[in-house]
Design a protein around this ligand. Structure first.
Ligand SMILES: Nc1ncnc2c1ncn2[C@@H]1O[C@H](COP(=O)(O)OP(=O)(O)O)[C@@H](O)[C@H]1O
Ligand SMILES: O=P(O)(O)OC[C@@H](CO)O[C@H]1O[C@H](CO)[C@@H](O)[C@H](O)[C@H]1O
Length: 747
């Protein structure tokens, strides 16, 4: 209906224009043809007169006028000549043929002949009147009036008119057809383009500059930002998620149901130092950064691998310990693994197999049968521990990550009433990539024991559902994001993870950014006014540290003005160091740092400072606050929390974030300078742009980023998942009650 209306919008003016053109063209054409014919007839008349001139003159001179009548009668025999009149020099009608009206005087005939068009209506039809002087050597002897029949002209004119109308009609039809087709195609193109824009294409990733929808996308992007800001301002603190609100949700919607988290990484690691003293360490892990505040808010139990040298010393008889140390807000239940189990399940299957499988970072996954055996065995041990920790038959279990793909189905088997929320912290690749895993079906079946399966982005959810579709017999309801296998439904949803926004009193205690900067400059022996770029990562090949170094090297080549005035401080926490891939990666990074130092360094100046060590949170915060630029150049990252920590630390609203488009965080943090880490030139330019960015622009970008991270914090992440869980538990309870009623009525 809409397209018909759109087409009519084109067609009506088109047809009206054609009709108007035809109404002007037809009389014009009539006039023109009449004029052409009139000219022809006058020529013809002149020929006839010239042919008769001598004979008429002779007859008149010799007073042999009797010859005149047959002469003009013969000439009038021509089928197109209606009549001929002969006028004397004095202007009286001397002779006339039968068809010449007696009433048509010579003067009148001359008057008509001089008019335009020289046409006269007589009895029997319309005639063309031509008056032609009969020329002799002695001058004009008389005048011949020739009346030509016009009916044949009218016939021809009507024929031409018919052809013209037919031509205009065919032309109109062809133009209408082309217009309709072009309008239809353009309309479809526009509609699909606009739909694409509304789905976010071209908004998250800008369209190519020449793209016809690029200006529209830019406008929509701006408008969306404005609306987002207005919305946030209008709702104010109502929309904010914090620990209290999460606790409230657990109390009301989940009625204090127990929460059990299971992850490989423990939130607090007890170690014994060289002197034999115990100390506690927070691991460098995005997962811990995100889950810990949630656990503090909802108490419960966290089941994790006890990998610290002092871990066994600190637990009770049930391998439990209350954490955080000194605050005792929730229980940590430690699971002990043998070195073989740890090697096979964690280093082998999880980190040499699944990690490179899911991160497309061009490192080959390794799948060993023995690792798979260990993975199954350890998954079983963790599942059993969760079942043993459960005080009810329907706990809420939060299963974390790729270390435990089999755990959800194992728990479901023993605790069918449990609500199992599994969160996959790393990317999920496309079905082809995932398909190379020999145990792909088992992993998928294990995960589909979950009630809810969460990923950071919609893109990862889609990849997962396509993978299930490819390798399992399952029913997939795309529009509801539900995958069903053998009567078990799993809701697949995106929950972008985040950090805890620093509380006001904590942020108030932070030293001013200039002091942090001065301290870092002094500690790292930089010069005052030195510009600092910062990288904070686990020492992992997926984090794009090598590409970052290449970008810095290129920056110093392209902009020698930064040599001696700019340094990249790269903090890299050792990780998975027992794996060869990680060791050789670290060697390579160190080599490249030395090369850059050799090219651009000088006594007292290091272009790159590599700090391969774990840092405490306060130390990281000081670095975040001291840096001019934070570089996050992951080749692929589920989310990446470093960029969010940097933004949270910048209460001064200064500093620029350069962010890889392949990190999940790029989908939310639009005001960062988003780069392709593989494109060295682009990254070098982005660092330069960050270094010369005016303070006002930095403030504008940072303020907006801070609003996003503050609002989309980790409590919202957990709150959304737990709200979905509450909804599903309520539905389950209602269904169970309905079934019970049905059963009672039947008996
Ligand atoms: N050298 C380090 N010392 C201490 N913590 C670190 C270090 N490097 C990274 N981290 C912390 O580890 C977490 C990394 O999380 P994220 O960026 O999500 O990636 P991932 O979990 O893959 O390492 C952040 O909380 C960050 O502060
Ligand atoms: O074994 P770890 O703790 O070193 O693994 C880190 C990993 C946990 O899967 O980090 C991922 O989770 C983070 C939080 O969700 C995410 O931001 C990051 O992109 C992932 O690599």
């Amino acid at each position: 209906m809409n397209t018909l209306r759109l087409q009519l919008r084109f067609l009506v003016p088109l047809l009206a224009t054609l009709g108007l053109a035809a109404s002007f063209a037809l009389p014009l054409m009539d006039q023109l043809t009449l004029r052409w014919f009139s000219r022809d007839l006058n020529l013809r008349g002149e020929l006839v007169t010239n042919a008769l001139a001598e004979a008429i003159a002779d007859a008149m001179v010799e007073s042999n006028t009797a010859r005149l009548q047959p002469m003009i009668d013969r000439a009038a025999k021509d089928e197109r000549v209606v009549g001929i009149g002969l006028c004397t020099r004095e202007g009286t009608l001397d002779r006339r043929t039968e068809g010449y009206p007696a009433a048509l005087s010579c003067d009148r005939a001359r008057a008509v002949a001089d008019s335009a068009p020289p046409v006269l209506a007589i009895e029997g039809g319309t005639v063309h009147v031509g008056v032609h002087p009969v020329q002799t050597s002695a001058g004009v002897a008389a005048e011949l009036v020739l009346l030509h029949d016009l009916s044949f002209i009218e016939r021809r004119s009507q024929d031409t008119r018919k052809y013209l109308i037919a031509f205009i009609a065919v032309l109109g039809a062809a133009m209408a057809f082309i217009t309709v087709v072009v309008a239809q195609l353009s309309w479809r193109g526009w509609v699909s383009g606009i739909r694409g824009l509304l789905r976010g294409e071209g908004l998250l990733r800008p369209l190519a500059p020449g793209h016809h929808l690029a200006p529209l996308a830019a406008d929509i992007r701006l408008r969306l930002r404005d609306l987002e800001d207005e919305y946030r301002r209008a709702l104010g603190p109502e929309t904010e998620w914090d620990a209290d609100r999460l606790r409230g949700l657990l109390r009301t919607k989940l009625r204090g149901d127990e929460v059990i988290v299971v992850s490989n990484r423990e939130p607090y690691i007890h170690e014994i130092d060289e002197k034999g003293d115990l100390f506690v360490r927070r691991p460098a892990s995005g997962l811990v950064t995100a889950i810990e505040p949630v656990m503090r808010a909802c108490s419960g139990t966290w089941v994790a691998h006890g990998g610290g040298s002092g871990d066994r010393k600190t637990v009770d008889a049930h391998d439990r310990i209350k954490v955080p140390p000194g605050r005792d807000e929730y229980s940590l239940r430690r699971i002990w693994l043998t070195p073989d189990e740890e090697q096979g399940y964690y280093y082998g299957f999880a980190n040499e197999g699944l990690w490179p499988l899911c991160h497309v970072a061009h490192v080959r996954p390794v799948f060993r049968e023995s690792d798979w055996q260990a993975y199954q065995q350890v998954n079983r041990r963790f599942a059993d521990a969760v079942i043993a920790e459960a005080r009810s038959d329907d706990p809420i279990v939060l299963v974390q990550d790729y270390h435990f793909a089999l755990v959800p189905a194992m728990i479901r088997e023993k605790l069918p009433g449990a609500t199992i929320l599994t969160f996959w912290h790393i990317p999920w690749p496309n079905p082809e990539s995932f398909g190379i895993c020999p145990w792909r079906r088992e992993l998928l079946q294990g995960l589909l024991g979950s009630t809810i399966l969460g990923f950071h982005t919609r893109f990862h959810c889609r990849n997962f559902m396509e993978t299930v579709d490819r390798y399992l017999e399952a029913r997939i309801e795309q529009e509801h994001s539900i995958v069903s296998v053998q009567n078990t439904e799993t809701y697949v949803e995106s929950y972008p993870i985040s950090i805890e926004w620093p509380a006001k009193d904590i942020a108030a205690r932070w030293r001013p950014a200039e002091d942090c900067r001065a301290a870092v400059i002094q500690r790292l022996k930089l010069t005052p006014g030195h510009r600092i770029a910062l990288g904070v990562d686990r020492f992992d090949y997926t984090k794009g540290i090598l590409e970052r170094l290449h970008a810095v090297e290129r920056l110093l080549e392209k902009h020698p003005e930064w040599v001696g005035r700019f340094t990249l401080v790269q903090v890299a926490a050792p990780t998975r160091s027992s794996l060869e891939e990680y060791r050789s990666f670290q060697d390579r990074i160190e080599r490249v740092c030395r090369r850059i130092a050799a090219r651009f360094g000088s006594p007292g100046y290091e272009p790159v400072i590599l700090l391969v060590e774990h840092h405490e949170h306060e130390q990281l915060n000081e670095l975040y606050r001291a840096a001019d630029v934070c570089l996050v150049t992951s080749l692929h990252d589920g989310m990446n929390l470093v960029c969010k920590e940097f933004v949270a630390a910048r209460s001064d609203e200064q500093g620029v974030l350069v962010l890889s488009r392949f990190a999940g965080a790029a989908r939310e943090m639009h005001e960062a300078l988003v780069v392709n880490p593989y494109h060295v030139e682009e990254c070098a330019d982005a660092i330069h742009q960050a270094l010369v960015m005016p303070a006002a622009e930095q403030r504008e970008r940072m303020a907006s980023l801070r609003m996003t991270v503050r609002e989309f914090n980790v409590y919202r992440w957990a709150g959304r998942m737990l709200s979905d869980a509450a909804r599903m538990r309520l539905r389950q309870r209602i269904e169970a009650r309905v079934q019970r009623h049905g059963a009672t009525e039947a008996t």
